[in-house]
Design a protein around this ligand. Structure first.
Ligand SMILES: Cc1cc2nc3c(=O)[nH]c(=O)nc-3n(C[C@H](O)[C@H](O)[C@H](O)COP(=O)(O)OP(=O)(O)OC[C@H]3O[C@@H](n4cnc5c(N)ncnc54)[C@H](O)[C@@H]3O)c2cc1C
Length: 412
């Protein structure tokens, strides 16, 4: 395709996965002629806005098995991919290029500069150093595998391009028909649905309490096995926070099928169970019998939220603890440990939309990410049916995919 020693690689998509594939392939094999095609004006635009402009590059979890558990889709394949390139390798890779990462309390890792520009500059410098050509405003329209080897790539409003190997790094699409050109190659597509969103209440029972968070709640989607434990944040519309976002990712398909109408049940006092909470309330009745029920200092709730639980249990806050009946204690226990809320609809989390769905993982070689249908074609990043929970896991999948594909491409 190129000169005798020169192999031509085209990467479609100038995002995290495309860049990582391109720069590593070009570095490993200097005989590769590498071009990134990006349909928009700017490359790495999601990296730029990610993590609120700080770029949550990866997560401080250096155990491949544990790391893989943060991917509702892709866990099995990533489990082994992480043996080759995991979060520790990401940290090293950037460090070797002068970019230090730091870890925040919840495990998310950011550049010490707190600026996504640091990551963008690093990837751009690396591309320049290894002679990677970048063409923006260039949209690939159609892939035509050639009879012997290689591809003719049809470009929107421009001349076709030829290459020996091709990497699909287009990110996820939120409409199934955007995958049509990949179906033409014999691939199938898991239909895209959103992941990472917050839950909207049908009735705005906590709306005036927006901003209050409960450190350790257990949230369950009723009549399913989906449960998460962690911080829950009350918002104007409903519920957010790590436990809710994780649930939205794990149950993305099921919730989509239910058109985002379902019930959640919350134990606001996890790890205490129903019996333990009932006992606590009974003890409070005995120990503080002369105080008003609005006053308590044993359960970890801000006063306004505590009063709302009383209201939902039909208990007047100016009642004395001594006057609380067993029935009222039972009702309050239910509200605190099995509060059930009807959800209708969702809200995108800080515009961090991630799609689940894409090219099924059983259609690529898990060691190389080369298509099993079309030799010489690779898939990396969110175009695959891989997605992680929030916290740097999605970029980590992009780096790992890119690394593996680059090894295979450059080794040939
Ligand atoms: C607002 C926001 C914040 C986020 N923050 C984080 C975070 O902090 N940490 C984290 O881990 N994840 C985060 N994510 C998720 C993360 O950005 C994605 O998982 C990741 O960018 C996927 O990388 P990718 O290279 O596969 O796809 P993308 O980054 O989407 O890149 C694909 C590129 O391909 C181009 N393209 C598509 N089709 C064509 C075509 N036909 N021809 C040419 N070019 C094409 C697109 O224009 C795009 O630039 C965030 C997402 C969003 C939206």
């Amino acid at each position: 395709m190129g000169s005798r020693n020169e192999h031509r690689l085209i990467v479609i998509g100038g995002g995290a996965a495309g860049f990582f594939t391109a720069v590593n392939a070009a570095r490993i094999n200097p005989n590769l002629n590498v071009t990134i095609l990006e349909k928009s004006r700017e490359v790495l635009s999601k990296v730029r806005v990610s993590g609120g402009g700080r770029c949550n590059v990866t997560h401080h979890c250096f155990d491949p098995e544990l790391l893989s558990k943060s991917y509702p889709r892709g866990e099995k394949v990533l489990r082994w991919s992480f043996e080759q390139f995991q979060a520790r390798d990401t940290v090293e890779w950037f460090k070797e290029r002068g970019v230090e990462l730091k870890t925040e309390g919840d495990g998310r890792m950011f550049p010490v500069t707190d600026s996504s520009d640091t990551i963008i500059n690093c990837l751009m410098d690396e591309a320049k150093k290894h002679g990677v050509t970048i063409r923006t405003k260039t949209k690939a329209d159609k892939i035509e595998p050639l009879d012997d080897v290689g591809f003719r790539l049809h470009i929107h409003k421009s001349k076709p391009m030829l290459c020996d190997q091709l990497v699909l790094a287009t990110g996820g699409f939120n409409r199934e028909n955007a995958y049509e050109w990949l179906k033409d190659l014999g691939h199938s597509v898991r239909s895209p649905v959103p992941s990472l969103f917050t839950f909207n209440f049908r009735e705005k029972i906590f709306a005036d309490l927006a901003g209050i968070s409960v450190e350790r709640a257990e949230v369950q989607i009723k009549n399913t096995s989906f449960t998460e434990i962690g911080p829950v944040l009350i918002t104007h519309w409903g519920l957010s926070g790590p436990a809710v976002l994780k649930l939205s990712a794990w149950a993305a398909r099921e919730l989509h099928e239910r058109e985002y109408r379902y019930d959640v049940q919350i134990n606001w006092l996890h790890p205490m169970n129903e019996q333990e909470v009932r006992k606590q309330l009974t003890n409070l009745r005995d120990d503080q019998s002369r105080k008003l029920v609005r006053n308590q200092n044993r359960l970890p709730f801000p006063a306004r939220l505590w009063e709302r639980f009383l209201e939902l249990s039909h208990i007047k806050p100016d009642k004395r603890w001594a006057d609380l009946s067993n029935k009222e204690i039972h009702e309050l226990t239910q509200q605190l440990t099995r509060g059930t809320y009807n959800i209708q609809g969702k809200t995108t989390y800080k515009e961090e939309f991630v799609t689940c769905g894409g090219i099924p993982l059983n259609e690529v070689n898990p060691d190389t990410l080369e298509s099993k249908k079309v030799p010489g074609l690779y898939f990396v990043g969110e175009v695959l049916d891989i997605d992680g929970v929030t916290g740097g896991f999605n970029f980590q999948a992009a780096w790992t995919n890119g690394w593996l594909a680059a090894q295979s491409i450059a080794g040939e």
